[in-house]
Design a protein around this ligand. Structure first.
Ligand code: WT7
Length: 646
C-alpha cells in the first residue's frame, strides 16, 4: 500500500449534485462537529429523526464508558422507518424491492410495509411478547426478515438476528445468552439453487433453551416443517384475521434496539448492544453523507441481515431515510456469475454496496459477466468489511463503475454501529485501499501504546477519542467485559482492535486486527471460538488457530492441532475436523486447512504463541523474538515442516 497512490477525485458533475459538496463542504461539516459535537449531533438529530418528546441532555458521559445519548427523549424506531413516511409522498414509494434466488420478485411500498409490520407486531403481542423481551431472528434474506426486525422495534422487543449460516450449536448459545423468549424463523431459504433448511436447526437448538416459549415459522420454500404443538406456529396462520392497526408507542431514547453477537478474543461471542435514538441518528447521517442518498435512488447493500451491515444499511438507515432498498436472497454465482449484474440492470440500481471478498471472487470469473449487462444506472459504489486491495478497487471502479462512480471504502465495526471512516463521495478524493478521512463527529486517531498520537506515516492503534451516538452501549449481560475489551488498553478511550496508519494527507490506512480475531470474507471470526470448537472433538488435545492470507477471502482459517494418544487416520481426521467446525459454528467458519503437529509453541506461562504460528503461515519463517518460547525445537520443526511443504 503506497502513500503515493493514485488519487481519484469526484467529477464536477458528481460534486454538483452531492449532499456534501467538495473538500470545503466536508471540512466545514467536520470542523463544526469537532468544535461542539453535542450541538452538532443535536441539530442533526432534531432535523432527521422524528421524536415524540425532546431530550433534556444531548450526551450523558458522567459514567464512562456507559454513554447515554439524547437523554429523556422518546421515539419509536419503527415509526421512524415507516409511519412518518405515510403522510408524505413516500407513502406509495417502494420501500423494498425483493429478488428471490429462484427469480420471484416483490415490490413493497412504504404503506404496505407498514401494514405488514403492524400486523406482525400484533401477532407478537398476541403471543404475549412485550417491551424488554428478546426475540431471535433466524431467517433467509427475504422481506419478512426486515418485517420481523421492525415489528420487534415497534414493540420495544430486543431482537438478535442470527445469520442463517450459523449452526444449531451457535444458535443455541446465542438464545441462551440472551435468554430469548421467541425465535422467528422460516422453513428455509434458497441458496445456490437448493433449499437451505432453517427450522431443523431451530428444533435442535431449542431443545436446550427452556426460555423459548414460541417459535414462529414463515413459509418461504414450502417444503414443510416439523411443528411442535403449542410451541411452533406458522406465521401465516397467526396472521390470519389480525388487525393492521398497531400504534407505535414512543420509547426512551436509550431503549435497547438489538443485540448482535460478534466474535471476540475468547471462545464466547460478545453480545453488542445498540439502543435507539443515537443509533438511528447516526445511521441517517451516514445515509446522507456517505451514500449521498437522494429520493430517486435505488439502493442495494448486498450484506445479509445477519451482520451489522444488514442492520444499519439494509434496514434501519435506508428505511428511516425513506429509500428504496433492494434485497436479494441468494449468492452472486447462481444461476451464473452474472446474477448481481443482472439484478443491477433489472432494477436500475444506483447505489451498490458490497465487500472486497465478493469483488475479488467476481473479478476471477472474468469481465464477460459484468460486460454483458447495462450497469449505467450506477452512480455510487461502496465497499465494507475489510481493507480493499488497490487492484480490486481499480477493477470495481473501471469495470463496474465505468470510471464515473465514486467508491466509498467504509471502515466501521459491529460495535460502532455505523460508518466511521469513509470518503464523502462528492467531497473527499479517494485513494484505492484507504478509507480516507473520519466522518463529521468522529474523532479517529492512530496512537502508540501510551495513547499518544503517532507521527504521520507511522503505524499504531486505531482509537476513537470521544463517544459517538451510534456506539455500542455495553455487552449483553457482561459490562465488565465491555470495559475490559474496549476501554482498558487506553483508559477512557475506545480501542477498535485495529492497527492503522495515517499518511501525509491524514488519510487512514487500516492494516487489520491486532488481536486474535480473523477477518474471513469480511466476517469476523475468533481464533478462540474455533479452538474451543476443535478441542470439544474427542481426538483433539490442543488447537491453535490463525488467519492465513487468502487471495479471495482476505484471510482463511488455518488450524494447528495436536492429537490425543492413539492411532489416527490423519487424512480422514482432517476432513472430519473441518466438518466438525462447520457443525459447531457454521459452514462459513469451515477451516481451509488443518495441520497436525506434535506440540505447540508456548510461552513459559503456557500460552500458545499464535504470533509464531501466524508467521509460519504468512512468511513461512520465524523471524520474531522467541526468547519466551518454552520449546524452541517445536517452532523449528514447525517452520521446517512448512519449508518442506513449499
Ligand atoms: C472489522 C469489523 C463493518 C461491518 C462489517 C464488518 C474490518 C471493516 C473495513 C474497511 C479495513 C475494515 C476491521 C474492523 N473492516 N471495514 N473498510 N477497511 N478494514 O464488521 O465484523 O464488526 O468487523 O472489520 O478490522 O475492525 P465486523
Amino acid at each position: 500500500m503506497s502513500d503515493h497512490a493514485v488519487v481519484y477525485a469526484p467529477s464536477a458533475e458528481f460534486i454538483a449534485q452531492a449532499n456534501v459538496k467538495g473538500m470545503e463542504g466536508y471540512r466545514e461539516l467536520y470542523a463544526a462537529a469537532d468544535a461542539d459535537p453535542e450541538k452538532f449531533w443535536s441539530e442533526f438529530a432534531a432535523s432527521s429523526v422524528d421524536w415524540a418528546e425532546p431530550w433534556t441532555q444531548v450526551l450523558d458521559w458522567s459514567n464512562p464508558p456507559f454513554a447515554k445519548w439524547f437523554v429523556g427523549a422518546k421515539l419509536n424506531v419503527a415509526h421512524n422507518c415507516l409511519d412518518r413516511h405515510l403522510s408524505t409522498s413516500r407513502k406509495d414509494k417502494i420501500a423494498i424491492l425483493f429478488e428471490g434466488e429462484p427469480g420471484d420478485s416483490r415490490a413493497i411500498t412504504y404503506a404496505e410495509l407498514h401494514k405488514l409490520v403492524s400486523r406482525f407486531a400484533n401477532v407478537l403481542k398476541g403471543r404475549g411478547l412485550k417491551q424488554g423481551d428478546r426475540a431471535i431472528i433466524y431467517m433467509p434474506m427475504i422481506p419478512e426478515a426486515a418485517v420481523a426486525m421492525l415489528a420487534c422495534a415497534r414493540l420495544g422487543i430486543i431482537h438478535s438476528v442470527v445469520f442463517g449460516g450459523f449452526s444449531a450449536e451457535a444458535l443455541k448459545t446465542r438464545i441462551q445468552d440472551l435468554g430469548a423468549q421467541l425465535v422467528i424463523t422460516a422453513d428455509g431459504g434458497w441458496r445456490r439453487a437448493k433449499e437451505v433448511k432453517l427450522k431443523p436447526a431451530v428444533d435442535e437448538a431449542v431443545l436446550d433453551c427452556p426460555t423459548i416459549q414460541n417459535v414462529i415459522v414463515y413459509q418461504r420454500t414450502n417444503s414443510g416443517a416439523a411443528m411442535t404443538e403449542g410451541r411452533d406456529h406458522w406465521w401465516h396462520e397467526l396472521e390470519a384475521g389480525v388487525s393492521d392497526d398497531c400504534p407505535a408507542e414512543p420509547f426512551d431514547s436509550e431503549t435497547p434496539l438489538y443485540v448482535l453477537y460478534t466474535s471476540g478474543t475468547t471462545g464466547k461471542p460478545k453480545g453488542i448492544l445498540h439502543t435507539s435514538g443515537g443509533y438511528l441518528t447516526q445511521a441517517m447521517a451516514s445515509m446522507k453523507w456517505v451514500f449521498d442518498l437522494k429520493e430517486s435512488d435505488i439502493y442495494w447493500c448486498s450484506a445479509d441481515i445477519g451482520w451489522v451491515t444488514g442492520h444499519s444499511y439494509v434496514v434501519y438507515g435506508p428505511l428511516a431515510s425513506g429509500a428504496t432498498v433492494l434485497m436479494y436472497e441468494g449468492t452472486p454465482d447462481t444461476p451464473t456469475f452474472a446474477r448481481w449484474w443482472q439484478v443491477i440492470e433489472k432494477y436500475k440500481v444506483t447505489i451498490f454496496y458490497t465487500s472486497p471478498t465478493a469483488i475479488r471472487a467476481l473479478i476471477r470469473q472474468g469481465d464477460q459477466f459484468p460486460n454483458a449487462h447495462d450497469l449505467s444506472s450506477l452512480r455510487l459504489l461502496g465497499s465494507v468489511g475489510e481493507p480493499i486491495n488497490p487492484a480490486a478497487w481499480e477493477w470495481y471502479y473501471k469495470t463496474i463503475g465505468k470510471s464515473k462512480c465514486p467508491i466509498v471504502d467504509t471502515w466501521w465495526q459491529t460495535e460502532t454501529g455505523t460508518i466511521m471512516i469513509s470518503p464523502l463521495p462528492g467531497a473527499v478524493p479517494a485513494k484505492p485501499g484507504s478509507g480516507t478521512l473520519p466522518l463529521p463527529g468522529v474523532q479517529a486517531e492512530v496512537v502508540d501504546l501510551k495513547g499518544h498520537p503517532v507521527e504521520r506515516g507511522k503505524e499504531g492503534y486505531l482509537i476513537i477519542r470521544k463517544p459517538w451516538p451510534s456506539m455500542l452501549r455495553t455487552l449483553w449481560g457482561d459490562p465488565e467485559r465491555f470495559k475490559e475489551a474496549y476501554w482498558s488498553k487506553f483508559p477512557g478511550i475506545y480501542f477498535t482492535g485495529d492497527a492503522a496508519r495515517q499518511d501525509e494527507d491524514g488519510y487512514f490506512w487500516v492494516l487489520g486486527r491486532v488481536d486474535d480475531v480473523m477477518n474471513v470474507s469480511g466476517h469476523r471470526l475468533s481464533t478462540m471460538e474455533i479452538e474451543s470448537a476443535l478441542v470439544r472433538h474427542p481426538a483433539v488435545a490442543e488447537a491453535a488457530v490463525v488467519g492465513k492470507p487468502h487471495e479471495i477471502t482476505g484471510q482463511a482459517v488455518c488450524c494447528f492441532v495436536t492429537l490425543k494418544k492413539g492411532d489416527h487416520d490423519v487424512d480422514a481426521l482432517g476432513k472430519e475436523l473441518r466438518q466438525w467446525v462447520a457443525h459447531e459454528i457454521g459452514a462459513f467458519a469451515r477451516p481451509e486447512e488443518i495441520r497436525f503437529t506434535e506440540a505447540m509453541p508456548k510461552t513459559r506461562s503456557g500460552k500458545i504463541m499464535r504470533r509464531l504460528l501466524r508467521e509460519i503461515v504468512t512468511s513461512h519463517t520465524v523471524a520474531g523474538d522467541v526468547t519466551t518460547l518454552e520449546d524452541m525445537n517445536v517452532i523449528t520443526s514447525l517452520a521446517a515442516a512448512q519449508q518442506d511443504e513449499d
